[in-house]
Ligand binder design. Structure first.
Ligand code: DDQ
Ligand code: CA
Length: 273
């Protein structure tokens, strides 16, 4: 009888353990699943090219034929320029009025769209001549980043909000907050649409955050600190933050640079987590 009751007691203990551990194990499993979807990337440098170290890079977009369009900031020296990838040579340059501080840039139907710091107007340029074709209003008080999926324009304003505009009317279609789990990610800066995702430089972090363009959920991070520390180790002066992502969707090349960076990089992200 004592053996039987000991056995029963043991069974009871095991049963109690299983019941109590169910709700302990469950969240763990959820966290595990979430972790599998969540990606942290490092990167490899595929190519290093020269870049104008006087360019305070604020917008970068790939246009085909080894050319980039770049928007640069700073009052009295803001510009929109066409740049050759391999040589870093500025092929064409539109000087903006002194009062404007150039920011995000995107390319759609042979036209460039640009926003500017601390104003609600944006500008439109012809890709061949870089002459200004007109202007538009975006829904925010500040213009930081721009990108397009070929249909709509995405914009950032330094907060955690991304707005979505119709390019023909500049009407706001929707907006969403960028959140990593429940934490809002602010300081969203230069943008790029890459293979169905929205990528953003997070100002002053030297990181790129990968965002779902559907709901703002963070899909992952690319950690790029080594690019800047490598430049500093090579004694380059005045190197500011990482800023500028451009995606060549034909050849799957990813370009990044930074403000006053003497180099532009082609990189390949590799998953580490
Ligand atoms: N932003 O790229 C984060 C949007 C803006 C950076 C502005 C840096 C300030 C430089 C000094 C400006 C002088 C008025
Ligand atoms: Ca970009």
């Amino acid at each position: 009888l004592t053996v039987l009751s000991a056995l029963l007691f043991a069974l009871l203990v095991i049963f109690a353990f299983l019941v109590s551990s169910r709700h302990v194990l469950h969240p763990k499993q959820d966290a595990q699943t979430a972790k599998n979807d969540y990606r942290v990337y490092t990167f490899d440098v595929v190519n290093e090219y020269d870049h104008d170290s006087f360019a305070f890079t604020q917008g970068l977009v790939y246009a085909g034929n080894d050319t980039l369009y770049e928007s640069t900031g700073m009052y009295r020296s803001s510009s929109v320029r066409k740049v050759h990838v391999q040589s870093g040579k500025v092929l064409q340059l539109h000087q903006m009025e002194d009062k404007y501080f150039g920011e995000g840039l995107t390319l759609l139907d042979h036209r460039l769209f640009q926003v500017a710091w601390r104003i609600t107007s944006g500008f439109i340029y012809d890709t061949d001549t870089l002459s200004r074709l007109g202007s538009f209003r975006h829904p925010m008080k500040d213009g930081w980043g721009l990108a397009t999926d070929g249909k709509v324009i995405f914009g950032s304003d330094g907060t955690s909000t991304i707005y979505v505009m119709q390019p023909s009317t500049f009407k706001e279609e929707k907006r969403f907050l960028v959140k990593d789990q429940n934490k809002e990610i602010t300081q969203l800066n230069e943008l790029e649409y890459v293979d169905g995702e929205l990528w953003a430089n997070v100002w002053m972090t030297d990181c790129i955050v990968r965002i779902s363009p559907l709901n703002g959920q963070v899909l992952g991070w690319i950690l790029l600190h080594e690019l800047k520390s490598n430049l500093l180790a090579r004694s380059y002066k005045g190197v500011d933050v990482l800023n500028g992502i451009a995606w060549d969707n034909k050849q799957n090349r990813l370009f990044v640079t930074g403000k006053y960076w003497p180099k532009l990089y082609e990189i390949k992200p590799g998953r580490i987590e």
